[in-house]
Every structure is written in C-alpha cells, then in structure tokens.
Write a protein that binds this ligand. Structure first.
Ligand code: PMV
Length: 329
C-alpha cells in the first residue's frame, strides 16, 4: 500500500477564468488572477492498494459515481501512467464547506487530490507540475496549488494537449492583508456546473466574443492594481470582471444568482456609497465574496449579517497553497 494526504484551500478569482480553448487538455481561453483563501479547506487522502478489487472515490462520505468519479479517475490515470503504477486506488476527500455550489470546491478538491496522488505514487513533482495536473481537471484548481495571489495565463490557441500550463504565485500571502467574507446563500448544489456553464456561454451567448476580448484587458490592469495595492482600482476591475462574465453567461441562459445574491450586491454598493472600502465578486454559483480592508471589517460584517435569508458568513484571508499533511507511506 502507498498513501499520502494533502490539504488545499479554495481560491476566489479577481479576474475570472470563463471559457476554454477548443480541443483536449482543458486549457483556459482567458488569463485569471486569484487569492487563495484560508478559512475553508479540502483534505484528500489517496491510497494505491494492491488489495483493492476496483477504484473507489469517496467525496464527503459518499461513494462518487458517474461523471464525478470519472473526473477524479482521469487525474489518477495520468498519475498512474507517469509512475507506471498499476494498483487500484482509493481517493477519499472531505470539504469543510458546501460542495459543488460555487464555493470553488473543485479548486481545493482537485488541488489536494493532485498533490496527494503524485506523492502517493512517489513522483517527485514540482508545484508547477502538480498545478498543471490539477488544471487538467479544473482550471481554478491549478491556482489553489500556490500561496497568496496567483495567476493562470491563457493557453495559446491550438495548444497541444501535452503542453504544460501551470499557475504561479505573483504575490505572497502577506502582500496585501485583504479580508474576504464568503457569504453562503444556499447549501444546495448548483444546477449547472462550471464546465457546462462555460461551454454554453461560448456556444450560445451573443456576448461571448465581447467577454473573451475584455477579459485579458481587465486581467492585465488588475495585475498592476494588485502590485500597487490600489484597493479602489482592484475593486472596480474585479467587479467589472465578474459582471462581464455573468452578463455573457446570463445571455446564454446560464443564471447562477438567487435573490440573496442580488440583495448582497446591493448592500455592498450602499456600503461603498457610504465611504467603505469594499467590493464584491461572484463565481459560478449564487454566493457572494466580499473583499474589505481591515479598517472597515466590522462595519461591513454587521451590514452583511443583517441580510435576511443569508445562511452564513465565513471570514477568510489570503492563505497558503496546497500542502502535504502526511509523508507518503
Ligand atoms: O475551475 P472550474 O472549471 O471550476 O471553473 C472556475 C470558474 C470560476 O470559478 C467561475 C472562475 C474562476 O476563475 O475561478
């Protein structure tokens, strides 16, 4: 038996990845910039075991079947090929937050599974190679491998499937001590997963071309705003990114928001009009991530807490990338 356990945090993108290159490899069509978040985490244990009759994937205590199982086993098969490993595998992962609802569980899930799998297979891979492996299952997972503020570039059009495309840390955890309130608006899984949402957007949205053109411009301006720790510019550009992403998706009939999402976005606008340094972001789900500086933390927290129907608020800060919790045995 050979086993390893890893932990990874989700991340939230300031400039959004939305849209894939055509063809195999799961390559992003636009660049993205994210913050890895402490305060939420996934732990994954991967065991290659000669005694197992078949591969087993267990997520949050439930045996995974169908597409979820296939997606995990595709990653494992890549590791098995690289390590000439032919034993069956058991993958057990657990999130301490709602799964598949737009809280980036695929990011922390695939980042932790990739690191644990490479390590259990005794592959001495760098973080970049682990990031590339995670990206093949979930673009955002490539970013959760790294600490702090993380960039994933777009792939060149027509990239060969074997091209290595990894994320990279552009600023450490302590570069900018932002507070992120993750406002959970439902515990239900989302109806449309992000892969389907992206494909539908690119296929059907009259605004897909506009999004694909605008996203890299917003991204490069965000990189400069981040380096300069310019909160107002970061907020304006990050909101422009998520709004343009969702506008293009909504025009294709892909609508992730609920009433509380809109209510929270209104609260953030009112707080800003009242002078608070605050901005919001929404991923492929109905939850709202609210970014604030320490000086306005309490004021913003109490305004968010007053929104009726909100399930809970998780307070997060820039966090570490994926890490091994146990040495491989
Ligand atoms: O990594 P995926 O395939 O789950 O896609 C993530 C898409 C967004 O979360 C909406 C944006 C992002 O950059 O994280």
């Amino acid at each position: 038996m050979s086993s390893a356990t890893a932990m990874a945090h989700p991340n939230v993108a300031l400039s959004k990845y939305w849209g894939k290159r055509e063809g195999p490899g799961n390559f992003p069509a636009v660049p993205s910039l994210s913050v890895t978040l402490d305060g939420l985490s996934t732990q994954a244990k991967v065991t290659f075991d000669e005694g197992l009759p078949e591969d087993v994937v267990v997520i949050n205590g439930q045996v995974a079947t169908g597409l979820v199982r296939e997606r995990v086993l595709r990653l494992i098969d890549r590791v098995r090929r690289s390590a000439a490993e032919d034993r069956r595998v058991e993958v057990v992962s657990h999130n301490d937050f709602p799964t598949a609802s737009g809280l980036a569980s695929s990011a922390s899930g695939f980042a932790s599974i990739a690191l644990a799998a490479a390590s259990a297979a005794k592959l001495d891979w760098s973080a970049s190679v682990v990031s590339d492996l995670a990206r093949r299952s979930s673009g955002s997972a490539a970013r959760s491998v790294f600490d702090g503020y993380v960039e994933l570039e777009a792939a060149p059009a027509g990239a060969e499937e074997e091209l290595v495309l990894a994320a990279r840390s552009v600023a450490p955890v302590d570069h900018w001590p932002l507070v992120v309130f993750v406002c959970v608006t439902t515990d239900r899984p989302k109806a449309v997963d992000s892969t389907t949402g992206m494909l539908e957007t690119i296929r059907r949205s009259p605004y897909a071309a506009g999004w694909l053109e605008e996203a890299p411009r917003l991204h490069s301006r965000l990189m400069s705003a981040l380096v300069a720790r310019d909160f107002a510019a970061t907020g304006e550009l990050a909101e422009a990114s998520f709004l343009a992403m969702h506008a293009s998706a909504i025009a294709a009939g892909v609508l992730y928001w609920n009433g509380i999402t809109l209510e929270l976005l209104g609260v953030v606008r009112n707080l800003r009009a009242g002078g608070a340094e605050v901005f919001a972001s929404v991923d492929a789900g109905p939850h709202v991530k609210v970014f604030v500086l320490e000086s306005d933390r309490e004021k913003v927290r109490s305004a968010l807490d007053s929104v009726s129907g909100l399930i809970r608020v998780i307070e997060a800060r820039p966090g570490r990338g994926a890490m091994l919790l146990s040495e491989p045995r």
